[in-house]
Write a new protein. Sequence first.
Length: 149
Amino acid sequence: MQPIPENAERRAALGAEITARTGLDAATIEEVLRAFYGAARQDPLLGPAFAGVEDWETHIANLARFWGSVALMTGDYHGQPMQAHRPLALTPAHFTRWLALFEATVRTRLTPEGAGHMLERARRIARSLEMGLIPLDLPARRVPAGAPA
């Protein structure tokens, strides 16, 4: 079996298929992001994480590139989300709230197929960020008596 070529034409074909199946396109994604982040900025738990955003239009444009790459396979985003979120001191509660608010937003603004597509990706992103940003509270390792440490 030959590998799937990763090039602009392949990404464009995948993106067109996703748009046909879900109704998602760049404009729709930006509209959803504006609604979602508008609500997130007002949320008592999530809002403080956005206090440091000085240029909201630049931030939305960056988010739109990210979600275009994630949801439509555009390949336009080249940032580092893990590093961008590291200084925010996020907790599991932040991820739970982010997902709940994101789900409520996409379910009211997108087709069921579009909402499902975005939610599947949002859940993966949240899980990955949470695992990368929040250290696990593991019990201390027990070394048997007489065993090298």
